[in-house]
Design a protein around this ligand. Structure first.
Ligand SMILES: Cc1cc2nc3c(=O)[nH]c(=O)nc-3n(C[C@H](O)[C@H](O)[C@H](O)COP(=O)(O)OP(=O)(O)OC[C@H]3O[C@@H](n4cnc5c(N)ncnc54)[C@H](O)[C@@H]3O)c2cc1C
Length: 402
C-alpha cells in the first residue's frame, strides 16, 4: 500500500543484495548521502544463497589481452582481500575470506574438453594452473583417493578463494550503517516518478522517496522495475539449489569442481554441495529430484560424504542475462539512473569491482576499467536452461550463516 509519507536522499539504491550493499558502502565511505531500500530483509536473496567462491582471475599486467568481463574479475580479485580485511576491522564480522585453491576435474571426454579449454585460457591470462594426474589429485585431496582413477583430467588453481556469503552480507549491512547509509528493509519500489529525462522519486510500499540519483540493483527482479520506466531488460531468474552437510574439518580442503557441480568446504567441516541451474521462474523452492541428485553426486565423487546428514538446503534465484554478463551503466534516456545487475553466477565474486566501477560512473569519475560493453543496449540472445518441478517445500536456513 502506498502512503503519503515522503522522504529524500542523494542516491537511492533499489535492492539490498550484495551488489546494492557493496555500492552503498562504497558511496557512503565517500560521504555520499545514500539510502538502500529492499522489499524484504537485506541480503536474503541470491546473495545469501551463494556459495561464495571466487574463481581465479587475471592480474592487471594481463588485462590488455583479457575480455572486459575478465578485467572486472581481475579487479575484484585484487580488491577482495583488503575489502574483507576492512570489513572485519570495522564491523568485527569475519567473513572467513581465504585463498583455499581449487581443483577442476573431469570424469568424461566432454568435461575434459571444458576443463582443458578453461585451463588454456587461464594460462594465457597468466593465472597459475597446474595439470594433475590421478595420484596427484589423491595427494592434494585424500577424500578423492578411491575415485582418483575416474578423473581423466585435472587442474589445480592455487589462487582461487572463498568466503561465507551470509557473513559478508552481515558485515556489509553493519558497515553501511557505520558510514551513515540509511537502510530501509520492507520497502518495495512499485514504480518511479519522472520529469523529462530524469527520475524524481520512487513510489514505494512505505511512501515516496525523492532522490537526486537512482541505481537499480534488484537482482533477478530488476527487469520488472526497468519495465516501469519503459526499458525492456531481459533479466531472468535462474534457480540454484544447494545442500549443506556437516563433515569433519579438513575432509575437503579446496573448492572442487567436477562438470557443473562443486564442493565448497568451510573451515568448520561444513561442506556445500552445489548446484542446479534451472529456469523455473520466480519459484524459489527445493525439488526432491535436485536434492537427491546433489546427494548422490557428492557420494559418487567423494564416498566419505555418503550418509552425512543434510544440515540445510536452500534455493536462490540468480539474475541471469542472455550472454551471462552483467548490465552495468546508465539507463537509456535517463540522466540520473543507473543499473548494476545480471551478475548470474558471479555476483559475490564481482561485487567489489562492481561497486567501484558504479561509484565512478554515478559520481562522474573515470572508471578503473572500461565498462561500455556492459551497457543495457547490447545485443541480446536467449537463455536456454532446463526446468524441474516436484518440490520439497521452502528452504531450511542456518542461523549462523553457511
Ligand atoms: C546456489 C547459488 C550459488 C551461487 N554461488 C556463487 C558463488 O560461489 N560465487 C559468486 O560469485 N556468485 C554465486 N552465486 C550468484 C550470486 O549469488 C548472485 O550473482 C548475486 O547474489 C546477485 O546479487 P544481487 O545483489 O544482484 O541480487 P540479490 O541478492 O537477489 O538482491 C536483490 C535484492 O533486490 C530486492 N528487490 C527486488 N525487487 C525489489 C523492489 N521492487 N523493491 C525493493 N527491493 C527489491 C530483493 O529483495 C533482493 O534483496 C550463486 C547463486 C546461487 C543461487
Amino acid at each position: 500500500m502506498t502512503t503519503s509519507r515522503s522522504s529524500s536522499c542523494g542516491t537511492l539504491i533499489i535492492g539490498g543484495g550484495v551488489v546494492g550493499l557493496s555500492l552503498a558502502w562504497e558511496l557512503g565511505q565517500r560521504g555520499e548521502k545514500v539510502c538502500v531500500v529492499d522489499r524484504g530483509q537485506l541480503g536474503q536473496e541470491a546473495s545469501w544463497a551463494g556459495a561464495g567462491m571466487i574463481p581465479a582471475a587475471p592480474a592487471e599486467s594481463h588485462w590488455k589481452v583479457a575480455t572486459p568481463l575478465e578485467q572486472l574479475e581481475g579487479l575484484s580479485q585484487r580488491l577482495h582481500p583488503a575489502w574483507h580485511g576492512q570489513l572485519r576491522e570495522s564491523t568485527g564480522v569475519d567473513t572467513e575470506y581465504r585463498q583455499c585453491g581449487a581443483l577442476y576435474l573431469a570424469t568424461n571426454p566432454s568435461e575434459a574438453e571444458v576443463v582443458q579449454r578453461v585451463a588454456d585460457r587461464r594460462q594465457y591470462l597468466g593465472i597459475a594452473c597446474e595439470a594433475l594426474d590421478g595420484g596427484q589429485i589423491a595427494a592434494q585431496e585424500p577424500v578423492l583417493a578411491s575415485q582418483a582413477n575416474r578423473f581423466v583430467k585435472g587442474y589445480s588453481v592455487p589462487s582461487e578463494a572463498q568466503f561465507r556469503s551470509p557473513r559478508l552480507l552481515q558485515a556489509l549491512t553493519s558497515a553501511c550503517q557505520m558510514v551513515g547509509v540509511t537502510l530501509r528493509p520492507g520497502t518495495q519500489v512499485e514504480r518511479f516518478a519522472s520529469s523529462e529525462d530524469s527520475l524524481t522519486a520512487a513510489v514505494t510500499s512505505q511512501g515516496i522517496i525523492h532522490a537526486d540519483r537512482f541505481c537499480l540493483t534488484a537482482g533477478c527482479w530488476s527487469g520488472q522495475l526497468a519495465q516501469s520506466v519503459g526499458i525492456d531488460l531481459p533479466v531472468r531468474p535462474i534457480r540454484g539449489q544447494i545442500i549443506l552437510v556437516q563433515g569433519p574439518p579438513g575432509m575437503v580442503r579446496r573448492n572442487l569442481y567436477v562438470g557443473m557441480r562443486y564442493f565448497t568446504p568451510r573451515l568448520d567441516g561444513r561442506l556445500l554441495v552445489g548446484s542446479t541451474l534451472e529456469d523455473a521462474g520466480f519459484h524459489k523452492v527445493n525439488t526432491v529430484t535436485a536434492v537427491a541428485d546433489l546427494t548422490t553426486w557428492a557420494a559418487s565423487i567423494a564416498p566419505a560424504t555418503a550418509g552425512l546428514p543434510i544440515e540445510h538446503r536452500w534455493a536462490g534465484l540468480r539474475p541471469g542475462t542472455a550472454d551471462n554478463r552483467p548490465y552495468l551503466g546508465r539507463l537509456p534516456r535517463l540522466q540520473n539512473a543507473w543499473i548494476a545487475t545480471g551478475h548470474f553466477r558471479a555476483g559475490l565474486q564481482l561485487a567489489p569491482a562492481t561497486a567501484v566501477v558504479m561509484r565512478s560512473l554515478i559520481c562522474g569519475e573515470e572508471s578503473p576499467i572500461d565498462v561500455s560493453s556492459f551497457g543495457v543496449e547490447r545485443e541480446l540472445g536467449q537463455i536456454d536452461q532446463k526446468l524441474s518441478s516436484a518440490t520439497v517445500g521452502p528452504a531450511s536456513r542456518s542461523a549462523t550463516g553457511h
